[in-house]
Write a protein that binds this ligand. Structure first.
Ligand SMILES: [Zn+2]
Length: 231
């Protein structure tokens, strides 16, 4: 399987799906991309669900589970549907939320913070959840987007097998592109069930990651951002 190269060539089907996205997903996700192959574009959602259901049934059978039991019978299909339509739907650029921009009608020039954006993601190393809150801030260069779009953007990138560092960077880079601004700050605090429920089994620790660009690289601006989110 050939790896998808976001900076160069890809199959025709990939191009046509990417073109479907008015914003140009290629640009938005080129910074720190999730490792993917052409299968992302070659298989339809229905084909993905069929194959995942078959393969998940095999996992359950291998574990010794009885798939003729009424409670388990539908599980492979349920998992497949959940993967493709819900928790991993963000892998496909066609599911990128539409980001309509507006002129900055209030001539507001300070930072705007959307705080405590709840997200659920899954660790790509263990396929178990990590979840928490993202705090997203930007300084407009003349355009603004609807507040709920900030939530949708976070949730789009979270709905992938992920690592928190990449998630943080992807949201930051995407916002810079969408809003055509240099000044974006992201802070994410999350609990990882791969740390809490297995392995070292520490359910009190959480992980914090940050992204700063433009004006937020300045210590004073960084402090202002943190004064607002750190309580
Ligand atoms: Zn993990």
């Amino acid at each position: 399987m050939k790896k998808n190269n976001y900076n160069g060539s890809r199959s025709e089907s990939a191009l046509s799906i990417l073109d479907f996205d008015a914003i140009g997903e290629e640009h938005l996700t080129s910074a720190s991309e999730n490792p993917t192959t052409d299968k992302l574009f070659e298989l339809s959602d229905a084909e993905k669900k069929d194959r995942i259901a078959d393969l998940f049934a095999e996992i359950m059978e291998t574990l010794g589970m009885d798939l003729s039991d009424d409670s388990l019978k539908g599980t492979p299909q349920r998992v497949a549907k959940m993967y493709v339509e819900e928790i991993f739907s963000g892998l496909n650029p066609k599911n990128m939320p539409k980001m309509t921009l507006f002129d900055n009608p209030y001539k507001y020039q300070e930072m705007l913070i959307e705080k405590n954006i709840r997200f659920f993601s899954n660790c790509e190393h263990h396929f178990v959840p990590f979840f928490g809150h993202a705090h997203v801030s930007y300084i407009s260069s003349g355009k603004v987007i609807g507040l709920s779009k900030l939530n949708r953007l976070v949730q789009h990138f979270a709905k992938r097998p992920q690592v928190q560092e990449r998630l943080t960077n992807q949201i930051g880079q995407a916002l810079m592109e969408i809003l055509d601004t240099d000044s974006v700050a992201i802070a994410i605090e999350a609990k990882h069930l791969c740390v809490a429920s297995r392995g070292v089994q520490d359910d009190s620790s959480s992980t914090l990651t940050f992204f700063y660009s433009g004006a937020f690289e300045n210590m004073e601006q960084k402090k202002l951002f943190h004064q607002q989110i750190d309580h």
